[in-house]
Design a binder for this molecule. Structure first.
Ligand code: NAD
Length: 309
């Protein structure tokens, strides 16, 4: 098959691109390299540097493509609180631009990588796809708006669409910026160097941490699965882990002795998050295979950024 992946040089995009290329598919990538790293991609992948809002570039890249994976986005919740306009331009505007281009060129299927963040705080756990979204940050709003655009434009123009709500993905290769870093690489790095771990809230909030290989399996299945058109599907581990427990596991795997500081002024988002995987199991034959302890060890061992000073 022929694929276009937007955000192909990013954490999830590069892992997906490398998997599809290794399976013998023709893979093109589009990435503005704002956070992505082109060196994470195998040489078989044709990467173009460019903005997801660049329509002429999209028209060219979409020629003869069977399926588009749309991952290009700004991805930090706290950064989105500071720069909501930027998040709207890239995450919402970029999605509309891409859908218009897929309509113009004629692509069979679009897979949008959305986020469990769209659920926000919910009474019922585990979170099922029919829960009413309750986005609590500009990032979550932008991902939800992108979902609606993908679904609606797809319906109007006969493009198959699949929306994957990925929960907290982690693994080797995750971007580790100096500020607003994702929690797992940040905790691993701080613990490995016996630094300080700042925990938002009291540490009892829970998240569903899902290892990159499991996310890649789900994304790859979404390209070819039948019965998925216009479906929204959770992708997580199905396991709820509190931040306190995450700290414990990180300390165990690194063998470090970091100082752990709680910051009660920042509640750290929704209280609980756990994905219901019934739909993913049924439609994508999805089965999360990597427990958190194994995923943390792999990340520590395979990601040199974490061990660098
Ligand atoms: P990432 O930052 O590594 O990947 C995003 C990629 O998009 C980067 O390579 C970046 O350079 C590129 N990009 C940003 N703005 C762009 C633009 N205007 N034009 C072209 N490319 C642009 O983050 P990631 O974790 O790999 O996230 C990928 C996707 O998965 C995002 O859509 C994100 O919302 C979604 N997601 C991620 C997680 C997670 O836990 N990592 C969870 C849920 C959903």
């Amino acid at each position: 098959m022929r694929f276009l992946i937007t955000g192909a040089a990013g954490f999830l995009g590069s892992a997906l691109a490398n998997r599809l290329a290794a399976e013998g598919h023709a893979v093109r990538g589009l990435d503005d390299l704002s956070t992505g790293n082109p060196q994470s991609l195998s040489p078989d992948i044709f990467l173009t540097r460019g903005d997801v809002n660049d329509r002429p570039k999209l028209w060219t890249l979409l020629q003869d493509v069977d399926c588009v994976f749309h991952l290009a986005a700004r991805v930090s919740v706290p950064e989105s609180v500071l720069y909501p306009r930027e998040y709207n331009t890239v995450n919402v505007g970029g999605t509309v631009t891409l859908m218009e281009a897929t309509r113009d060129v004629g692509v069979r299927r679009v897979v949008l990588v959305s986020s469990g963040a769209v659920y926000g705080d919910q009474k019922e756990q585990p979170l099922t796809e029919n829960a009413t979204p309750n986005p609590r940050s500009p990032y979550a709003v932008s991902k939800l708006a992108a979902e609606y655009y993908v679904r609606t434009i797809g319906m109007l123009w006969g493009i198959e669409t699949v929306i994957l709500r990925v929960f907290n993905a982690y693994g080797p290769g995750q971007h580790l910026p100096p500020v607003h870093a994702p929690v797992i690489p940040y905790f691993l790095r701080q613990a490995f160097h016996n630094g300080t771990l700042v925990v938002h809230g009291d540490g009892t909030q829970t998240r569903d941490y899902v290892y990159i290989d499991d996310v890649v399996n789900a994304m790859a299945s979404a390209a070819t699965a039948s019965g998925v058109d216009q479906k929204t599907i959770n992708v997580g581990s199905g396991v709820e882990t509190s931040t306190r427990d995450l700290v414990r596991q990180v300390v165990e795997v690194t063998g470090g002795s970091p100082e752990v500081v709680y910051n009660p002024r920042n509640e750290g988002g929704p209280r609980r998050m756990r994905a219901d995987l019934t739909l993913a199991r049924k439609l994508l034959s999805y089965q999360p295979l990597t427990p958190l302890s194994v995923g943390l060890r792999n990340t520590l061992e395979q990601d040199p950024k974490i061990r660098q000073n």
